[in-house]
Design a protein. Structure first.
Length: 564
């Protein structure tokens, strides 16, 4: 008991090295119970400076803690810590591009869970951790399964519901009706706070229309920033005031964050504010229209929207589907994305921009016409630089058929975020096309990323979750993007992009047509003509026409503001 008390006292005093020394030198291994072993691992990870060896040692401690006494509170915590530390090791190993150790521990964790799931499967936090493991392994079917288990077990936190909805964007098995249905479930589980906690929500006409943008993603190279910059760069300061509400920690602010702060009339960081304080802060600014750039994604703050901070609240850019939230009044789209007959499948009222829902602010990378690489190497090179999570089993099967159909072709894959490739490699190997796949490592240097587009003849869009930023990038570089027709906003982004380029010929009806078109445009003459057309037309198209887009955007907001 004296030793336990001393250890507790030392832990409170943050003397982690002393605790490690006492346990290792004074408590024989056979006498260490689950709690002591778990404490040892926690202390290894709590030191001021830790390295890979510390993480691995801690993982082994947590594993021993769990195995010591499998069905008591202390071992349960050991199991959670085991997974968390394995996830930490995975992220650490990203820099080494070698996930051998973390994958080994992931497999152990999954095996432990299967052996004891009647006990472990009752814990919400463990099911959440399993989704994080399977996400790292690119097992999206398993991610959806365990998120579904959370929903089935009534663990209806807004975060769980948001994640469940989001990861079903990658699946073709959900109808738009399902997105609306689970959006309603989210709506029902968002907190409603007592009205006496808030300042008045009576909005008076301001001299200028006050527009607020809410985001957690105003950081370097994030997709949202390229589209937000279009409107921030081109607004009429005589008629509008723009406020920026940043929901990312100040330690993550960078030159991009500062660029936007300098551009707008006012900005606030609300990441450390609770919902009540954040709501009161925004209400105090008397915002006329708040535009949420996250929806269910990122560090969503839909509870702020639910308790209303502006007379008009709009979803745009960051999430391309319904939120299901009653207080989200509008969603900005274009007529290529949501058809008139589909309005009942979206909780929000649809606001249509005349051409395209998004306009890219352009890329700080010199545009020059690039001949198709196939003119030099006589081989067709396809490519996709989308997040690997978007590469579903159906996409893999379709792309594999293309590689088998187009002789001497290859496919370059590069994820838009750091990830492992082994899961995708195994799937392509089962399709007997792995020798035609080339994985490029994720790069942080943006110019290097853009130069990779010079290696590909045709970009292949993912489906049903289309690329957006990567498609704009490819087109900027004169690379055609082959996409497929979708069934909702989220899955029609590629259609809208190509229709705004007058390139309906690059929109496939289904998988067979997608394969057919990939082969059709592998013809060198057709490929050269379409690449030249894209290079000549893209910059003048609605995709990059900042001034006209901004004019349309703010005219739309004026129209919304004028309505009671």
């Amino acid at each position: 008991m004296e030793k336990k008390i001393n250890l507790q006292k030392l832990f409170i005093e943050k003397k982690y090295e002393d605790i490690i020394s006492i346990i290792e030198n004074n408590i024989p291994e056979k006498q260490r119970n689950a709690a002591i072993i778990n404490l040892l691992g926690v202390c290894r990870l709590s030191k001021k400076k830790i390295n890979k060896e510390d993480i691995v040692s801690a993982i082994n401690d947590f594993q021993k803690s769990y195995l010591k006494e499998k069905e008591i509170k202390e071992s349960l915590q050991g199991f959670k810590n085991f997974i968390n530390a394995s996830l930490r090791l995975f992220d650490f190993e990203n820099s080494e591009k070698n996930h051998q150790n973390s994958i080994f521990y992931f497999e152990n964790a999954l095996n432990f869970f299967e052996q004891n799931k009647n006990y472990l499967g009752k814990e919400e936090s463990i099911l959440v951790l399993l989704t994080r493991v399977h996400k790292r392994l690119n097992n999206l079917d398993k991610v959806r399964f365990y998120l579904g288990e959370l929903i089935n077990n009534k663990f209806h936190s807004p975060q769980n519901i948001c994640n469940y909805i989001y990861y079903n964007c990658f699946s073709k098995d959900w109808s738009q009706l399902e997105f609306l249905r689970y959006g309603k479930l989210l709506q029902q589980n968002l907190p409603i706070y007592p009205k006496n906690k808030f300042i008045s929500s009576n909005y008076f006409k301001n001299k200028k229309i006050k527009i607020g943008f809410l985001s957690s993603d105003i950081i370097n190279n994030h997709s949202v920033t390229y589209f937000l910059k279009t409107v921030i760069n081109n607004y009429d300061k005589n008629n509008f005031q723009i406020y920026l509400y940043l929901n990312n920690k100040k330690i993550y602010h960078d030159e991009t964050t500062q660029f936007f702060i300098d551009k707008v009339d006012n900005s606030h960081n609300i990441s450390d504010l609770n919902d009540t304080d954040a709501i009161n802060l925004i209400r105090n600014d008397k915002i006329d229209i708040l535009i949420d750039l996250m929806g269910i994604t990122s560090d969503s703050r839909l509870q702020i929207i639910k308790n209303r901070v502006a007379s008009k609240q709009i979803l745009w850019c960051g999430y391309c589907n319904t939120t299901g939230v009653d207080e989200m009044d509008f969603i900005i789209a274009d007529k290529n994305l949501i058809y008139e007959s589909e309005h009942n499948l979206y909780r929000e009222k649809i606001l249509y921009l005349p051409n395209i829902w998004n306009c890219h602010s352009g890329i700080n990378f010199k545009r020059s016409f690039n001949e198709a690489p196939s003119t030099q190497n006589n081989n067709i090179t396809f490519g996709s630089f989308n997040n690997f999570n978007k590469i579903s089993d159906n996409v893999i099967k379709t792309w594999s058929e293309i590689l088998k159909t187009v002789k001497n072709s290859k496919l370059i894959l590069k994820s838009s975020s750091p990830t492992m490739t082994s899961s995708l490699s195994n799937k392509f190997e089962k399709e007997n096309v792995l020798e035609s796949i080339e994985f490029e490592p994720h790069v942080k240097n943006f110019d290097e990323h853009m130069r990779h587009y010079k290696k590909i003849d045709i970009a292949l869009d993912t489906f049903p979750y289309n690329g957006v930023t990567t498609s704009f990038e490819a087109i900027w570089m004169g690379v055609p993007v082959l996409t497929m027709q979708g069934y909702n906003f989220n899955s029609r982004c590629g259609e809208s992009i190509n229709k705004n380029l007058n390139l309906n010929c690059l929109i496939a009806k289904d998988e067979q047509d997608y394969i057919f078109k990939a082969k059709e445009f592998s013809n060198y003459d057709k490929l050269s003509k379409i690449r030249k057309k894209i290079f000549d037309d893209a910059f003048l198209s609605p995709l990059f026409d900042e001034k006209n887009f901004s004019k349309d955007f703010f005219n739309l907001l004026k129209s919304v503001h004028s309505k009671n």
